[in-house]
Design a protein around this ligand. Structure first.
Ligand SMILES: NC(=O)C1=CN([C@@H]2O[C@H](COP(=O)(O)OP(=O)(O)OC[C@H]3O[C@@H](n4cnc5c(N)ncnc54)[C@H](OP(=O)(O)O)[C@@H]3O)[C@@H](O)[C@H]2O)C=CC1
Ligand SMILES: O=C(O)[C@@H]1CCC=N1
Length: 274
């Protein structure tokens, strides 16, 4: 892939995960800069990965060919406005936002109507190069920049392009927020395993290895649908059948659907607020 100067404005959980994944993938560390008001996160990234860091968003953005916006949605407008007020010219830069709930139109209204903006929705496993990112390109993005953005996020995991911006909220529901769903499920399993007599450590090992093994089976058997993989575990009249019957009786599939809808709806609501 092409190597350009990339500045991350905001370097917390998500941007930090992408930076880690990028450097591990071989992206030149000295072409990555992390900028944030405190040194809390950026100094660790600089120490661990030899990237550049800064407390000056304006200078860092000026240096960059690509500006990745990685601050919280509610502060996005103010942070972008400060960059514009300081004279940062976005007309020859590519802007990649990783924020939930901030539309392309909103960003362009501040950065300039003709700014090339890519809206992405990554997730934190990008840290391990096992991320999942959805991308949407505004009309102003050139084919070359589209390829660059896809390559960039593909360096930290899998990617999927969406044609409609609204689908970014569906990506949030299915992947951006999803690590938290799996952690919640695993946490509940760990708690029950501890109630059944295991130490915290053993309970975690039992649950984490079951989760990793299951995810790997899904990945390595694309020819098998998920229902088949599930049915392969269920013996008639056995233990799994009882567990699955209980999940269904308590409407787990409906609960999952409602939770995903709530995530997507909140994304759409945030677009009106921020
Ligand atoms: N967490 C996740 O799983 C995902 C998050 N996202 C999106 O990523 C974005 C960031 O979320 P997350 O990483 O969780 O949040 P964090 O709170 O972990 O990180 C926020 C970062 O923004 C920095 N920051 C605060 N104010 C400014 C400023 N004025 N200028 C520059 N940087 C600033 C913070 O600085 P400091 O280091 O000094 O504290 C921190 O580095 C959000 O928009 C979210 O929607 C998207 C997908 C998944
Ligand atoms: O909770 C959030 O709003 C962000 C977006 C997806 C994951 N974290």
């Amino acid at each position: 892939m092409q190597h350009k100067n990339i500045t991350f404005i905001g370097a917390g959980n998500m941007a930090g995960s992408i930076i880690n994944g990028l450097v591990k993938s071989g992206y030149p560390a000295k072409q990555i800069c992390a900028s944030a008001p405190s040194l809390t996160n950026t100094q660790k990234l600089a120490d661990d990965l030899s990237i550049l860091n800064s407390q000056d968003n304006n200078q860092s953005a000026q240096w960059a060919d690509v500006v990745v916006l990685g601050v919280k949605p509610q502060m996005m407008a103010a942070v972008c406005q400060t960059l514009v007020d300081a004279g940062v010219d976005f007309s020859d830069k590519l802007v990649i936002s990783i924020a939930a709930g901030v539309s392309v139109a909103r960003l362009q209204s501040i950065l300039g109507e003709n700014t090339a903006v890519i809206r992405t929705m990554p997730n934190t496993p990008s840290l391990l190069q096992k991320g999942m990112t959805g991308l949407f390109a505004s009309q102003q993005v050139s084919p070359k920049d589209k390829v660059f953005s896809g390559d960039l996020m593909a360096a930290v995991g899998e990617i999927v392009w969406v044609e409609e911006e609204a689908q970014i909220n569906a990506v949030i529901a299915a992947a951006g927020s999803a690590p938290a769903y799996f952690f919640l499920f695993m946490e509940a399993m760990q708690t029950k395993a501890m109630e059944m007599g295991f130490s915290e450590e053993d309970a975690r090992l039992l649950v984490q290895q079951a989760a990793i093994g299951s995810a790997e089976m899904v990945k390595q058997n694309p020819q098998l649908d998920l229902a088949t993989l599930r049915n392969n575990v269920i013996s008639k009249g056995g233990t799994t059948a009882e567990a699955v019957r209980t999940f269904n009786e308590l409407a787990l599939p409906e609960i999952v659907g409602k939770a995903m809808q709530a995530a997507s709806d909140r994304g759409a609501e945030m677009e009106k607020l921020f």
